[in-house]
Design a protein around this ligand. Structure first.
Ligand code: GRF
Length: 209
């Protein structure tokens, strides 16, 4: 039998995305293990979730590094001993540089339909506020391979939810989060099964073997 895919999960905050992956792995519905968690903030609640699950977790504080390159040197150094197959960005608010080491092996989830409402500054409720203010009738979430720009890279899966007349950022976020909880594990499963092929900036999903 193939060994479970080893995930390195990068967080900055509450870690609800991490928790969902931990729950799915515990339930036996995601063929993966969390090799380690790296947080860009020492006070991220996700660190507590990792500890409770017995997963190695470290902090590499963005604040402790003078620039993005030195910060990424430290992230890569923290990840190296974890021996991960796939990097999963899970509410990570800084820019992770895949570099040659993880090229094509970094995934991100964004709570809107890329290429709209994304990029630097579009995180948390700011995304949903902008979606509502624009008047669009649908939003959703996007799982994509990440490159070294914010919310950018070949799209793996997208799902949609309606934007309702009386939505607030909170009600829309809840609807989008429910979808995120399905789509991220599904994308990781497809990757683990070797079914994602990047071709000319697009992702082809291969049929199940
Ligand atoms: C989600 O909206 C996800 O799309 C975004 O971060 C949010 C979750 O944060 N990337 P967390 O996992 O609860 O820290």
């Amino acid at each position: 039998m193939q060994r479970p895919v080893r995930l390195g999960v990068l967080i900055s905050g509450s870690g609800s995305t991490l928790q969902n992956l931990l729950d799915r792995i515990a339930a036996g519905t995601l063929p993966a293990e969390i090799a380690g968690v790296v947080s860009s903030r020492a006070d991220a609640y996700g660190l507590e979730r990792a500890r409770r699950a017995g997963v190695p977790a470290v902090t590499v504080a963005r604040k402790g590094h003078p620039d993005a390159d030195r910060f990424n040197d430290a992230l890569h150094a923290a990840l190296e001993p974890m021996n991960v197959d796939l990097i999963v960005l899970a509410g990570f608010l800084s820019l992770f540089q895949p570099r040659a080491r993880y090229a094509g092996r970094v995934m991100n989830i964004h709570p809107a339909l890329i290429p709209a409402f994304c990029g630097s500054g579009f995180y948390g409720d700011k995304v949903h506020d902008a979606v509502i203010a624009s008047g669009v009738r649908v939003s959703g979430c996007t799982v994509h391979f990440a490159d070294d720009q914010y919310d950018h890279g070949p799209i793996i899966l997208q799902g949609t939810v309606p934007v309702l007349d009386d939505d607030t950022a909170e009600t829309l976020a809840a609807r989008v989060h429910a979808l995120e909880r399905e789509l991220y594990p599904e994308a990781i499963r497809l990757w683990a099964e070797g079914r994602l092929r990047i071709e000319g900036g697009r992702v082809r999903i291969l049929p199940a073997a």
